[in-house]
Design a protein around this ligand. Structure first.
Ligand SMILES: Cc1ncc(COP(=O)(O)O)c(C=O)c1O
Length: 422
């Protein structure tokens, strides 16, 4: 053996040794699922975790749950129901809701219009964002046949009229500013004409409309049905002062879902409050009535399954966070129902309070909870986080490269239900 061959052999042996020590344990890990599976149907979340062992967050949809709540709304709301698409624009959700009998969709952007048009052929869309760009109004009216638009200013009214060439078939909805004090989430800060300025806008809009509508939003996750009665009384007082004929009253969204720290009254109380309120206002007797629920229709029909990547005391570093599907668990501090999943073994029956850190570098990616989970939860365990069918996956960003597009359908019950199914 010459000197060169000998040193080459020694080098190869060194490389093999180095590989043995540092690379082999890594090779034992399962191959990461890249790109992730985009769909699938499983009997339960546990069955999905056993089969997929997902390394990225998985959104789980329960179409049957969404269908049942949608049917319940159609049967019990005293008017027409439209779905607020922003809450969950997943095509499977849109199709499920439509099959359940809801044919009207509240859209906020051109992207939502295109999604609805592509997935629900006979949908009737309402462009209910009070501030729209001209291009979106143009496409909505001329390409997608939308005739219903909301507004909260004379400037927006003018914009809609100019872009549609002063069309005579517009149904325009004046959005009224409404207190959100009975809701967990205020929607009063940004949109809605103030009561003092509403009369002149109503009169101008009446002149430009085929049908004149009035809409309001009592805030999201409204915890007191009285809010709708109060709002309807304000509408009636305004109509009395202004003396305009109203064709449509849209009582907005705001119907609640249930969360571990927030148990609202039964949904039927909201329906009854609206029915009673309408019944005592003869002025509204000829009006078409509508609502635009989002959260209540879809929250419990969706969850996200995350994996624990590290535990530090009672904080769990998980692979989804406030820049992903868990925005509301951050600063708004919504707590969600949780369930730990360890396919290969038992977990402690003792529950402890945990908080979560999301995967990004930002300290705001922190979710205080508390989330109650088994005391021995650790790296490699999965957690199902419930009530995320609304304002969950729709809020995802690609920040830090953490974005998961995997959605599966599951057939088991949600972790929590406003109808008390569990
Ligand atoms: C115009 C409009 N309609 C409906 C909704 C749906 O509200 P919720 O999910 O509270 O029912 C929202 C929520 O932001 C909204 O802005």
């Amino acid at each position: 053996m010459n000197k060169t061959t000998g040193s080459l052999q020694a080098r190869n042996t060194n490389i093999k040794l180095a590989r043995r020590s540092s690379v082999i344990p890594f090779q034992k890990l399962p191959t990461p699922q890249l790109p992730p599976r985009k769909s699938g149907v499983y009997s339960s979340v546990a069955a999905m975790v056993s089969a997929m062992r997902p390394t990225a967050p998985v959104n789980c949809l329960r179409p049957e749950v969404i269908a049942n709540i949608s049917k319940w709304f159609v049967q019990n709301f005293p008017g027409e129901v439209m779905f607020a698409v922003k809450t969950n624009p997943d095509p499977r959700v849109l199709r499920t809701i439509s099959r359940a009998g809801i044919k009207r969709f509240d859209v906020a952007s051109l992207a939502e219009i295109v999604t609805v048009a592509n997935n629900v052929p006979n949908a009737k869309m309402y462009f209910m964002h009070p501030v729209k760009n001209r291009e979106a109004i143009f496409a909505a009216y001329f390409t997608y046949g939308i005739r219903d638009f909301s507004l909260d200013s004379h400037e927006e009214l003018q914009k809609i009229l100019e872009v549609t060439n002063h069309a005579d078939d517009l149904n325009l909805y004046v959005r009224l500013s409404m207190a959100s004090d009975k809701a967990a989430y205020s929607l009063a800060g940004k949109f809605g004409v103030k009561l003092e300025q509403a009369s002149s806008l109503l009169m101008a809009t009446r002149k430009a409309s085929r049908k004149l509508g009035l809409c309001f939003h009592v805030g999201s996750q409204c915890l007191n049905p009285q809010a709708y009665d109060d709002a309807i009384q304000i509408v009636v007082d305004l109509l009395t002062q202004t003396d305009v004929r109203l064709d449509v009253l849209d009582v907005g969204g705001g119907f609640p879902s249930v969360y571990p720290s927030m148990t609202p009254p039964p949904l039927m109380d909201y329906m009854q409050a609206i029915k009673d309120s309408l019944a005592k206002q003869p002025m509204l007797s000829g009006c078409e009535v509508m609502c635009e629920p989002g959260r209540a229709l879809v929250a419990e029909g969706g969850s996200v399954v995350v994996r624990v990547e590290l535990r530090k005391g009672n904080m769990l570093y998980i692979n989804d966070g406030t820049y992903g599907s868990l925005f509301d668990a951050g600063i708004p501090n919504f707590t969600y129902p949780v369930k730990a999943i360890r396919p290969a073994g038992e977990m402690s029956s003792e529950l402890m309070e945990f908080g979560f850190y999301g995967p990004t570098c930002d300290s705001m990616d922190t979710m205080k909870g508390p989330f109650y989970l088994p005391a021995d939860i650790n790296e490699g365990d999965w957690i199902e986080i419930g009530q995320l069918g609304a304002y969950g996956a729709t809020m995802r960003t690609n920040f830090n490269g953490f974005y998961s597009d995997t959605t599966v359908e599951v057939g088991d019950k949600p972790l929590l239900s406003i109808f008390g199914v569990n």
